[in-house]
Design a protein around this ligand. Structure first.
Ligand SMILES: O=C(O)[C@@H](O)[C@@H](O)[C@H](O)[C@H](O)CO
Ligand SMILES: [Mg+2]
Length: 402
């Protein structure tokens, strides 16, 4: 079998997505997600100009060899653009292999280790009262794990909260929006949010929260310690993880579980975090961490150190990525939880999918491959629209972590 075509499809059904479609001489095709929020066209160009021509004529079954060829052969290793492109190729090849075998992808990964995949949803509110009400709505929908984010009194904007009460979407059309941030106000307020959740809903649901890289290690340590009575499932991205050693300081002070990894693209971004058991959940995902092949390697390494998975699944990771992620989630022994924000209705139409959601759990479905396809005619009706993640500044104008 040979690869005869590799096409990059850019579409914006509610938000921008980049998809790689690989076609074989047998007429089988596979899809991979290549979406990098706010830098979509860079990955599209990397694929079109530098990767697709290298694929033509190769045997699609040689997934590991093609992965190594694209990784080692580029000379320039790692980085989100390169690794998202490699991920797209890898995911499409696994899709093809499973389709040829006539099996859902999870069967090729060792078969199901569980019946369903627990997902966590996003409860957001402009203030405490709204956030607590929305949390309750998610519990009523059957979610067993809910992440809560809330507007902070005295702060004009904050991470993770939609302005209009609609579904939260971080990227905005046009140039990046400037937001403001005050760690002091946040740290004063946020323990009350978790106290409110536990007082009203008890301890039956897993409670999650994303700090979105905003704290210094010592601030994160202070927060983790303060919120121990509310027993969070995890505190996510408390501080930027470029310096993995930072987490030693946080760990020394708190038993609040830590989850990190949505911006990671390689096992080397989390090697120390995992080896030294500085985190509890690794949140890397298929599209940004080199595809099924490389993410499986990360998860297996994490399993050796009692670290569980908690893959990023925001709406900027396409329904193709979600499909692929669910197969891995179902198969690996050290699964923790999968993020699921849902998608705009148009996106679900552009990407027909076998995965399904049922009261806080998901399943990748039994279709051969990863089970997600693309309606190219419909996709063409939604051309790319520039959209960017915001940036954040402190009161004095200093640019800080968003
Ligand atoms: O945990 C999450 O879902 C977030 O951190 C994301 O919304 C993140 O900001 C976006 O996916 C960035 O593209
Ligand atoms: Mg996050």
């Amino acid at each position: 079998m040979k690869i005869v075509r590799a096409d990059v499809i850019v579409t914006c059904p509610g938000r921008n997505f980049v998809t790689l479609k690989i076609v074989t001489d047998d007429g089988v095709h596979g899809l991979g997600d290549a979406t990098l929020n706010g830098r979509e066209l860079a990955v599209a160009a990397y694929l079109k100009d530098h990767v697709c021509p290298l694929l033509i004529g190769r045997d699609p079954h040689r997934i590991e060899d093609i992965w190594q060829y694209l990784y080692k052969g580029a000379y320039w290793r790692r980085g989100p653009v390169t690794m998202s492109a490699i991920a797209a190729v890898d995911t499409a090849l696994w899709d093809i292999k499973a389709k040829v075998a006539g099996l859902p992808l999870y069967q090729l990964l060792g078969g199901a280790s569980r019946e369903t995949v627990m997902v966590y949803s996003h409860a957001t509110g402009r203030d405490l009262a709204e956030a607590l009400d929305v949390y309750g709505q998610h519990v009523d929908l059957g979610y067993k794990a809910v992440r809560i984010q809330c507007g902070v009194p005295g702060m004009r904007s904050t991470y993770g909260v939609s302005k209009d009460g609609e579904a939260y979407e971080p990227a905005k059309a046009g140039l990046p929006e400037e937001q403001y941030w005050s760690t002091e106000k946040y740290l004063d307020f946020v323990p009350r949010l978790f106290e409110g959740v536990r007082a009203r809903y008890g301890f039956d649901t897993h409670l999650l929260h994303d700090c979105h890289h905003r704290l210094t290690p010592i601030e994160a340590a202070r927060l983790g310690k303060a919120i121990e009575p509310y027993r969070l499932y995890w505190m996510e991205d408390p501080t930027p993880a470029e310096n993995q050693q930072s987490f030693e300081l946080i760990r020394r002070h708190t038993v609040t579980p830590l989850a990190v990894g949505e911006v990671f693209n390689s096992i080397f971004d989390c090697k120390q975090l995992i080896e030294a058991q500085l985190i509890d959940y690794i949140r890397a995902t298929v599209v940004h961490a080199g595809g099924i092949t490389h993410l499986r390697r990360i998860f297996d390494f994490a399993a050796l150190h009692n670290v569980r998975s908690g893959s990023h699944g925001a709406s900027d990771l396409s329904p193709v990525c979600m499909g692929a992620a669910l197969h891995l989630d179902l198969a690996i022994p050290n699964f923790g939880v999968q993020e699921f924000m849902g998608y705009p209705a148009e996106a679900l139409e552009v990407f027909p999918h076998a995965w399904r959601f049922d009261r806080g759990t998901m399943h990748p479905g039994e279709a051969p491959g990863h089970g997600v396809d693309i309606d190219e005619k419909l996709a063409a009706r939604f051309p790319y629209r520039p959209a960017y993640l915001p940036v954040a500044r402190l009161d004095d104008g200093t640019l800080c972590n968003w």
